[in-house]
Design a protein around this ligand. Structure first.
Ligand SMILES: [Zn+2]
Length: 273
C-alpha cells in the first residue's frame, strides 16, 4: 500500500525493469467495491503472480475496469493476462483506430468520467509522449495517474513515432490547471509536490531548447553531434533515446518557424532561420 490517506491504492510493479522502465512499469489497483486497474505492465509472466497476490491481499475476487494510459507495450502488454483472469472487465483507453484491432478496447475520450468505489476518475487527453495518452485524475482524492507524461524517475522520451514536443508542453501546462495533491506516475515513486515538479519539467525542456539553439548558432547542424555535446556526461546507452528528444525539439522549432531543416546526403541538417 502506498500513500497515507489513500489506502485503497496498491501499486503492483510490472516486473519489467530496464533502461526505459526504471524498476518496471507501475500499475495501480484501486481496491473497493468496483476495483479498477490502471495500466497492465508489459505482459511478463511474473506480473500475473504479482497481480494475483495483490488481489488476495485486498480480498478482491473481481475487477470492474482496466484503464490504460497509452498503447506502449510496457503499459498495455498485460491486458490479455488480465482478460484471462477477468474476462468481463472492461478495458478502456483512448482509441487509436489505425494501430489497434477493432473492439480491442472500449473507447475512452477526453473528459469522460469513470465512476468506481465512490470516486469519479476523469480521463484527460495528454498527448506528447504518445498520441493516445490519457492521464487519469481521481477526483476527491486529487490524485493524478500520469502514465508516461510525468515520470517519478528519469526523463520522458518524446519519440519521433507518436511523440510531439509541442503537445507535450501543452499537456503539462494543462495539468497545471488541475488541483493535484499527488502524482502516481507510470514509472518511479509518487510525486508529492506536483506543481513544483511539473514547472521543473517545463523549465528543463526550455533549458534544453536553449542549448540546442545555442549549438545551432555555433554551426552544429546535425542531431548526433548535438547529442554528443549536450549529453557528454551521460552514459552511451541513453544517447539513442536522447537523439529522439533532441530531434523532437528541432521538429517543434521547425514548426514554430525558428529553425529550417535541409536534407543533405540523406541526412537532416538544421539551421536557425
Ligand atoms: Zn510510454
Amino acid at each position: 500500500m502506498i500513500g497515507s490517506a489513500t489506502k485503497k491504492i496498491v501499486r503492483i510493479l510490472g516486473c519489467n525493469p530496464g533502461l526505459t522502465t526504471g524498476s518496471g512499469t507501475n500499475t495501480y489497483l484501486l481496491a473497493g467495491d468496483a476495483p479498477v486497474l490502471i495500466d497492465t505492465g508489459a505482459g511478463v509472466p511474473a506480473y500475473e503472480t504479482a497481480f494475483r497476490s495483490a488481489l488476495a491481499e485486498c480480498g478482491l475476487n473481481r475487477l470492474g475496469a482496466v484503464l490504460v494510459t497509452h498503447g506502449h507495450q510496457d503499459h498495455v502488454g498485460g491486458v490479455e493476462q488480465i482478460r484471462h483472469i477477468f474476462p468481463e472487465a472492461r478495458v478502456r483507453k483512448m482509441p487509436r483506430p489505425a494501430a489497434e484491432p477493432l473492439r480491442a478496447f472500449d473507447p475512452l475520450q477526453d473528459g469522460e468520467r469513470v465512476v468506481a468505489n465512490g470516486f469519479a476518475i476523469q480521463a484527460i487527453f495528454t498527448p506528447g509522449h504518445a498520441i493516445d495518452h490519457l492521464c487519469y485524475y481521481l477526483e476527491g482524492e486529487r490524485i493524478l495517474f500520469s502514465g508516461d507524461l510525468i515520470l517519478g524517475i528519469g526523463t520522458t522520451v518524446i519519440p519521433v513515432d507518436g511523440g510531439d514536443m509541442m503537445a507535450y508542453l501543452a499537456s503539462l501546462r494543462r495539468l497545471l490547471e488541475l488541483d493535484i495533491r499527488e502524482i502516481y506516475p507510470g514509472h518511479g515513486p509518487v510525486i508529492d509536490r506536483p506543481r513544483e515538479y511539473i514547472l521543473a519539467i517545463i523549465r528543463h525542456r526550455e533549458m534544453r531548447e536553449e542549448q540546442i539553439l545555442a549549438l545551432l548558432k555555433q554551426g552544429v547542424r546535425d542531431v548526433s553531434t548535438m547529442v554528443k555535446r549536450i549529453y557528454a556526461d551521460a552514459p552511451q546507452a541513453v544517447h539513442g533515446l536522447a537523439q529522439q528528444s533532441v530531434l523532437s525539439h528541432l521538429i517543434k522549432l521547425e514548426r514554430e518557424g525558428i529553425v529550417v531543416r535541409e536534407e543533405e546526403a540523406g541526412m537532416s541538417l538544421f539551421r536557425v532561420r
